[in-house]
Design a protein around this ligand. Structure first.
Ligand code: CUA
Length: 362
């Protein structure tokens, strides 16, 4: 470690800079460790070559700086030298390609998994479905982006948190199936050695096996629109015993919060739920005040959408409009109760339909 720190500090030209700040996050999976070692090896080789080549060049310049006007010694081919400068780079390249190939093969080897999690990218959040256990949830940004923007305007640093992290067991091979609902995203957690694009219409796989309990952080790594910078990934790795406890609790919670499609809701409950759904799903485009973003996202406040009759309002949320076909993506990811709640909220907040209730069965 210390040799690498010295090398990196020399590269930066600043002896006081701690090289750990520049290097990778500590690896916690076999693949991440392979990538880390490969990176260290390549850095060592390239820095060594850099120092030798530039060392010889500067030595020659300085040593012979008074020899201006002298004629170079004329000589033609030298087979020994040519063999040496062909064979040495060849061996260096093979020495680099061998561990690189091994790392790529390890990364792609998704067979013999212990469990499978499907990951779906949305603008701008991740959904996790535990395919073996029937548990699934969306992991939202925990703080509204406006609050984060104003914090960063004041120069405050913050950590991007989610309302619910991806919980996984340690010591188990977790296979990931990645896709996306709208545009291309990329699921990237450096400590796990996983970076895989999530592409609409395709399923790609990846895997990890975490060997140390802990919280590992990542971020969407494919520019995916306005809030691309606010799609954090938080992975909470627990021992198999703790994971089993979490899974049982999560299943109970899912069963308890499952909605009865025929329930008749009170206005206040539906409005409160709708406000939460709006904050988590709609606020990025339509804004908290319902004014939208002129020219890009339509206003709901007093707009033809929220003031329309119920069936037309429901139709736009479910299927989008001619101008905004992308809206249909939201209709697909919300439950009937959530859709009823958000429409009720919008109509009461901005549609001049005070007291109007849209029930899930509508
Ligand atoms: Cu999702 Cu960038």
């Amino acid at each position: 470690m210390s040799g690498k720190r010295i090398l990196l500090s020399m590269l930066g030209g600043v002896g006081t800079v701690y090289a750990a700040d520049f290097t990778f996050q500590p690896p916690v999976t076999p693949v991440a460790r392979q990538i880390y070692d490969l990176h260290s090896l390549l850095l060592l080789i390239t820095v060594t070559i850099f120092i030798v080549v530039f060392g010889v060049m500067f030595y020659a310049i300085l040593r012979h700086r008074k020899s201006l006007g002298h004629r170079a010694r004329p000589f033609h081919e030298n087979t020994t030298v040519e063999i040496i400068w062909t064979v040495i780079p060849f061996l260096i390249l093979v020495g680099m390609a061998w561990p690189a190939t091994k790392a790529v093969l390890a990364q792609k080897s998704t067979r013999a998994e212990d469990m499978t999690i499907k990951i779906t990218g949305y603008q701008w959040k991740w959904r996790y479905d535990y395919l073996d256990d029937g548990v699934g949830f969306v992991s939202h940004l925990a703080t509204p982006t406006e609050a984060l923007h104003s914090a960063s305007a004041k120069g405050t640093h913050y950590l991007l948190e989610v309302d619910e992290p991806l919980v996984v067991p340690t010591g188990k091979k977790v296979r990931l199936l990645l896709t996306a609902n709208d545009v291309i995203h990329s699921w990237w957690v450096p400590s796990l050695g996983v970076k895989q694009d999530a592409i609409p219409g395709f399923v790609r796989d990846a895997w990890f096996l975490v060997d140390k309990p802990g919280v590992y952080r990542g971020q969407c790594a494919e520019l995916c629109g306005k809030d691309h910078g606010f799609m954090p990934i938080v992975v909470d790795a627990r021992t198999p015993e703790d994971y089993a406890v979490w899974l049982a609790a999560r299943k109970k919670l899912a069963a308890a919060s499952a909605d009865d499609p025929n329930k008749v809701w009170a206005l206040a409950d539906l409005k409160a739920r709708g406000e939460k759904v709006f904050q988590q799903n709609c606020v990025a485009c339509h804004q908290a005040n319902g004014k939208g973003i002129p020219g890009a996202f339509p206003a709901l406040d007093g707009s033809p959408i929220a003031t329309k009759d119920k069936p037309a309002h429901i139709d736009i949320v479910l299927n989008g409009s001619k101008r905004n076909p992308a809206m249909a993506a939201w209709g697909k990811q919300l439950s009937d109760t959530d859709i009823a709640a958000v429409i009720t909220y919008e109509r009461n907040a901005w549609g001049n339909h005070t007291g109007d209730v849209v029930q899930p069965k509508d």
